[in-house]
Design a binder for this molecule. Sequence first.
Ligand code: FAD
Length: 374
Amino acid sequence: MAALSDGCSCPLREYCSGDRKSTHKGRSPPKAHEIAGPLLESLAMAEKRVGTISTWTEVADGLVIFQLMPQSGTAFPDYKAGQYIALTRENCKVTTKVKDADGRVHYDPAYNEDGSAKTRAVTHSYSIASAPFETKSTGALEIYVTLEKLGGGQFGRFTESLFQTTPHVGDTLGYVERIVGNFNLNQRAQGADQVVMVGTGTGLAPFVGMMKQVAHEARSGTPSNVKYTLIHANRTPAELGYDADLQKLRSESGEGFDFTYVRSVSRPTPADAYDPALCQGRANNLLRSLLGLPTREHELLDEARANDREVSAAQQAVDRSTTPLLGSGVDRETLKARMPAGRTTVLTCGNGELMEDIRRICQKAGFKFEMEEW
Ligand SMILES: Cc1cc2nc3c(=O)[nH]c(=O)nc-3n(C[C@H](O)[C@H](O)[C@H](O)COP(=O)(O)OP(=O)(O)OC[C@H]3O[C@@H](n4cnc5c(N)ncnc54)[C@H](O)[C@@H]3O)c2cc1C
């Protein structure tokens, strides 16, 4: 396999473009996609294939759910809900990291001598949002992806190439024929009575696959005793991907599949208050308010005051933040009862800063903490 990554010298460089701060470079402890030993060897041997996009559904501007069919004559490998796959696009614009005099970082496009944009292949990991039983029936994998905005009108290399190529249906996409990762219910929530999942933005993807699969297994005679609660937040209601599917799953909750879905928007409009099932605030702050903790912004302001530090930045963050608020139809005590200390495992995926706060909350509340870092 040809080396696809620039800026990364680790043994996985052929597998992902590791110049993103949240990839495997220089981190500890190991994250879900830091793969070593036999798995690394098997990845090196994994075949590169070319699949075809078979559906493309725009959830909101720059937010899409698509399905990928495997290379003709092949099937995707079996997988567990929550795992991920490496996808490749050949003609992605090369970007150069530039630091301004004031220390601000931005990414400029790189050009060839003739003035054309420099391109190369980029490979990134994507969580699978479909459930294994769905792939068995349709053959497709489902991916939930956001167009990465780098600021200054620039977009991420892989996602810009993916979003700008039209028509989307019929477009081809390279993939590594190996589905990997240990972010699945067996490995991360074994033995838990209560599982709380916190997904922000497209960080929802692995939880959609997990819940669809658990519901399917319950319907097929393998019930679960676990109580599952999913907290999903994005900026606006339109950006709550999979909202209808998750509400439907919630309506199916019962014997053998105990599932509650909490949806929240961090940039609410007055009209949002009319939806009794819609909460307000970022996912971490919503969880904090359920547990009787101050918002993260208030906590930082209190810390600044206690340490006699300058408070204006912390005060501005408080003023800008959305006060967490449960929808009028969401019962606080019922939700709290689904999160007993010592018997709750919290799984989280998405924004790194937010996941760090979920970790903090779990420490305070006595929950087991598990995350998938992107
Ligand atoms: C296990 C896993 C699962 C994931 N699942 C999903 C998913 O389901 N959905 C989803 O939307 N995303 C997912 N991601 C994130 C995804 O892999 C990509 O990182 C994301 O789509 C952005 O890719 P991009 O090429 O468009 O952006 P990039 O061009 O890679 O830009 C992303 C960031 O990389 C840095 N960067 C950009 N260019 C350079 C450069 N030249 N040098 C140094 N740094 C640079 C910047 O910090 C930038 O913000 C997942 C990641 C992992 C690790």
